[in-house]
Design a protein. Structure first.
Length: 233
């Protein structure tokens, strides 16, 4: 196995018993393997802790994605911190891609994504959403939380970690990576679900996301944006 930076995986979870095993299976297929996998449970009342405990390092934290991810980062011992949502499925090459990116000097980065084949057939716009996300990522060098954001330990802590916001905490960290250097866009792809678009309507969800993003750029508070997101959902 080629030596390289140690990659610690941090997974925030809350009632993810249905999805978590698939992610853990995928991480076990990674070659090289991650240095460690930390699941940060936010008080699940399903089988999430029982599923995570035998296969990962399980810790507890106050519910909230930013809080949970920061708690996992504090406990991690790797050189690179890789944050994964429970509904993601990384390819076997993922850890190697992260190692290569950071060895080249990137402060961190994210992955291109792919929606599951079964979801791509449920609406004609779903493949175009995937292409649009990947095109935006290649141009801006910024990803969102469901794109497997990773950062070197030094850069993550220098950036202050994730701001404890109810929304856009991932966008804030991605901006911090961009200020620290040239983030990497790993080809992956990282499989992630299109469920949010399919559940609430593809066109409606696209319009809402762009409206929220523009409002964020204009200076709206994360709390007000989260309120709009909850109202819409």
């Amino acid at each position: 196995m080629t030596a390289g930076p140690r990659v610690s995986v941090v997974i925030p979870a809350w009632n993810e018993a249905e999805r978590l095993p698939r992610l853990l299976d995928a991480l076990e297929r990674c070659d090289p393997a991650p240095h460690e996998v930390i699941v940060v449970d936010g008080g699940s009342d399903d089988a999430t802790p029982d599923l995570a405990r035998p296969r990962t390092r399980l810790i507890q934290a106050t519910r909230g994605r930013a809080r949970q991810q920061n708690a996992g980062a504090r406990e991690a011992s790797g050189d690179v911190l890789w944050f994964l949502h429970a509904d993601c499925v990384p390819p076997p090459s993922a850890v190697g891609e992260i190692r290569s990116a950071t060895l080249r000097g990137s402060p961190g980065g994210c992955f291109l994504i792919a929606f599951p084949a079964a979801e791509r057939t449920l609406h004609p716009l779903v493949p175009w959403i995937e292409r649009g996300i990947n095109a935006r990522t290649r141009v801006t060098l910024k990803g969102t939380g469901d794109q497997g954001i990773f950062a070197t330990r030094e850069v993550f802590h220098a950036a202050g970690g994730f701001p404890v916001w109810p929304l856009f905490e991932d966008v804030a960290l991605a901006a911090g990576l961009r200020r620290a250097g040239r983030p990497a866009v790993c080809p992956g792809p990282l499989e992630t679900s299109a469920r949010r678009w399919l559940r609430h309507g593809v066109g409606r969800t696209m319009a809402l996301m762009w409206a929220l993003r523009l409002a964020y750029i204009a200076g709206a508070s994360p709390e007000s944006l989260a309120h709009r997101w909850r109202q819409a959902g």
